[in-house]
Design a protein around this ligand. Structure first.
Ligand SMILES: C[S@@+](CC[C@H](N)C(=O)[O-])C[C@H]1O[C@@H](n2cnc3c(N)ncnc32)[C@H](O)[C@@H]1O
Length: 218
């Protein structure tokens, strides 16, 4: 198995969010590199399917927040054959930066597909936004989850999404048996920006578990 998605209470396969309770050390990314566990997604199977669906035939996709690369792989596997996938993550949380196991697992996960082209941008999203010029078909916002940071990602990046293109926020809604709460930064931002009054020129397109998808009007 290349990867495991988050298992919700009552589901029978997949991985718990965070560490497996009986063997917390397995959560360390070194264990994935050694083949002791698959790469861990931080999203559910339904969310994974939604990433794939929204990526279908896109030519330019940006992901903010890659972690072990499972959502990036979902996007890569479905994007157009000659598409480019930009992966933005500073991978700054490694305790031993030269080893950076999370980054190495991410690279291995994403490179298990050879579709299109992948550009790794090892920066914070706010730094990557500076000088950005390309029109974006799909952006997945799953980096820094503080409300102000999610809002900054929206302000920095949404203007590049082409008419008909979409932005996906992760961890942005409360759902049955899920891990999000009304106090999550992305939940608060989405409620404030899009549910009360809406964003002019954008339409809510889909909501799946913690995913909130908003599409730019044509
Ligand atoms: C929730 S995880 C991403 C999970 C992944 N998308 C998935 O579904 O499996 C968040 C990631 O965002 C990265 N991150 C944190 N702040 C960031 C920022 N300002 N810009 C880009 N990435 C950031 C972290 O390094 C971490 O890998």
């Amino acid at each position: 198995m290349k990867y495991a998605v988050v298992q919700l209470p009552g589901e029978s396969s997949g991985a718990a969010k965070g560490a497996p309770p009986e063997r917390p050390w397995l959560r360390h990314s070194a264990c994935a590199l050694l083949g002791l566990r698959p790469a861990l997604a931080q999203h559910t199977a339904l969310e994974h399917a939604a990433f794939r669906k929204w990526a279908a035939d896109c030519m330019c996709i940006v992901e903010i927040g890659v972690a072990e690369g499972v959502s990036a792989l979902a996007l890569r596997e479905e994007m157009a054959e000659d598409a480019t996938l930009y992966l933005i993550d500073p991978f700054h949380l490694s305790r031993i930066p030269p080893l950076n196991f999370v980054k190495r697992v991410a690279q291995r996960t994403v490179n298990s597909s050879l579709r299109g082209k992948v550009v790794w941008i090892e920066k914070f999203s706010q730094d990557a936004a500076r000088g950005w010029k390309e029109s974006i078909d799909l952006i997945l916002i799953d980096g820094d989850h503080a409300e102000a940071s999610v809002e900054r990602d929206w302000q920095d990046w949404s203007r590049f999404v082409r008419p008909g293109g979409a932005a996906i926020f992760h961890d942005a809604r409360v759902f049955d048996n899920g891990w999000t709460t009304p106090n999550y930064g992305p939940v608060k931002l989405v409620d404030r920006l899009f549910r009360s009054g809406g964003a002019p020129g954008w339409t809510i397109a889909e909501e799946v578990h913690s995913l909130f998808v908003i599409q730019r009007n044509k």
